[in-house]
Design a protein around this ligand. Sequence first.
Ligand code: T1G
Ligand code: NAD
Length: 699
Amino acid sequence: MTNVVTYTLQGTIGVIKINNPPVNALAQVVRQGILDAVTAAQKDASEAIVIACEGRTFIAGADITEFGKPPKAPGLPEVLSAIENSTKPVIAAIHGTALGGGFEVSLACHYRCAIASAQVGLPEVKLGLLPGAGGTQRVPRVAGVKAALEMITSGNPVDAISAKKMGLIDEVIAGSDLLACALAYAGDLVESGAPLKRIRDITIDPASVEPGFFDKARKDQAKRARGQIAQDRIVSCIEAALALPMDKGLERERELFKELVTSPESAAMRHIFFAERQAAKIKDLPADTPTRSIKKVAIIGVGTMGGGIAMCFANVDIPVVMVEVNSEALNRGLGIINKNYSITVQKGKLPAEQMQKRLDLITGTTDYGAIGDVDLVIEAVFENLELKKEIFARLDKACKPGAILATNTSYQDVDAIAAATGRPQDIVGIHFFSPANVMTLLEVVRGAKTANDVLATTMLIGKKIGKVCALSRVCYGFIGNRMLGGYGREAQMLLLDGCTPEQVDSALEKFGMAMGPLAMGDLAGLDVGYKARQARTDLPDDPKLFRMGTVLVEMGRHGQKTGAGFYKYDPATRARMSDPEVESLIKAEAKNLGIEQRRISEQEIIERCLYPLINEGARILEEGIAQRSSDIDVVYVYGYAFPTAKGGPMHYADHVGLKNVYDKINEFRGRYGEQYWKPSALLEKLAAQGKTFAEWESD
Ligand code: T1G
Ligand code: NAD
């Protein structure tokens, strides 16, 4: 027995205790330990066995770091059949999150008890996998086929009380001392002569689903899979649970699990799992860097972004003061917040009293004097550097020493904004994505003088409001928007070369992007990009550059907000429709520019849009703007809906092979010119060395 898994006899109950921080993942040593303990318990005086965990949670799944490596014995199925075939009742005592293989361990037990705050779930689909140790066969036997399908294809956890209603948990423990209660529960089971209740012995009523149920389920899953394949395989497993005897069903599940665990989709999604956690770590910041307490927040400007940002803080019970130029703008902004919460309540996703509680936390003013006591200010006024500098100079006077002053700018120079104050160490960029209360990403922009505790505090408060944070140094557009330039440019160049807007967007959507670049432009507003380009002085003097965007804006077609842009939009459903008028406009412009149009393959569309993005990502690494290539992947997956099943642009490039990417960029350089297609030095070097971005580490 190791100190990771211990086995003791407490009275007549054998207790298997797992202690494998941080989340008791089922590493080989844990699997071996459980197997040894269950085997030992069969021969000793115990009358029942309790499996419990130390630390913050019950087993949170298989050890994801072991995937992609040669499997080590014992396999989890072997451990689970030892539990299930135990001659003495085995009880799982659950706290925290029993997830994936951890929940499957408990489902192999004869009984499950949990504290009320516990959660259980099978999140494998979020890693491009499926429950590979009986979850797809045991859950439908207990909770029914439909509930199992929802639980396993969504991967979302279920709280203990709901799990009890579903039959997945037998006992919700009222007390706080889980082990004591579990021992008592085990004792009661022994005393009452409770049977060895094995889920595998339950048969599923074939009439519990209507004919064609699984075909419909496959179609539904395919609609929202965006390049993921796990959902489809999960439907097949649950179908097998209904059609096959348990052992055949387990075999089928294992087969499909093995297919997924070796798939590039799952490798990409596991990459993002760890990349997200890595991104939260700032390399040169000691883990024990002190943080400042954030008890009250102010937001300057209650426009599109300000309102959503306020909701993020009110949602975690932090009071917010909104500051606007006048009461009309203030009431408009507060009105939008109220409307957004009402919609969430109407959808049944938020209790009305919760809405009121959050609204009560949000107040408004036009007086900067009213924010002297806040701990954090986030500025979200018009995207104009001079205006932002003016506001920060005012904040410098109005706010208490030690308050963090942040800007939500999308592009502007955070150091220039900091220089407008006498406290540049307290200035940081906190770049939310629209809609701010929905999008998960937060780009934290580190100024040249930003203090370590300000950075550590910003990363921490970002996690507290449910965001995934990634660090960027100061440059125009930081990581995400800077890389987007080439992606958007080529999408419009492809129109002049012969594509229709639908051809460009559907190629990227088939690749897995939630929305193609031209439709995304229509959503954000073509005028936003147009104004930003008008303000820039460093763009090449090329009549082809963003030509169609300019033509459409000057015609008043600003996108969804004017009902037409690259597409026209159904006023009722907002559905996009191809517009022959735009297609003839494109042909006319191409003719004016002397461009001979031609048929263009989907592959070329994808390469011409994604490779500039990857190339700029490599420059961003070279310049130290991003700490690691996986941070860039996190930015794109959580900020720009890049498909998780591709792992982000840098992971995708590594998957394609940097030599291939480099060669293709060079080919485009030859065809379309040096100014847009010069390979970055880092890409050139790594391609020559046969290395990957993941292997490259900044010094
Ligand atoms: N394996 C390895 N490491 C893990 C891990 C796991 N399953 N879960 C977490 N970690 C690490 C994580 O990288 C981080 O490390 C630290 O633990 C804390 O995590 C056969 C195939 C449990 C809800 O998908 O959802 O079982 O950065 O920062 O916010 O059917 O972690 O500190 O070095 O996320 O409190 C299924 C994954 C696996 C659950 C805790 N299980 N984990 O959240 O902490 S597949 C999962 C989580 C499987 C079987 C299949 C969360 C959490 P570091 P954290 P947290
Ligand atoms: P917006 O035009 O919708 O709102 C700006 C608000 O600021 C308006 O309500 C205006 O009244 C207010 N304001 C202007 N001057 C002010 C002052 N002196 N004091 C107080 N309030 C003032 O703009 P937005 O889209 O919310 O963008 C705000 C900032 O967020 C910009 O820097 C923008 O680049 C950035 N941003 C926008 C998005 C997006 O998708 N819209 C995404 C990320 C970041």
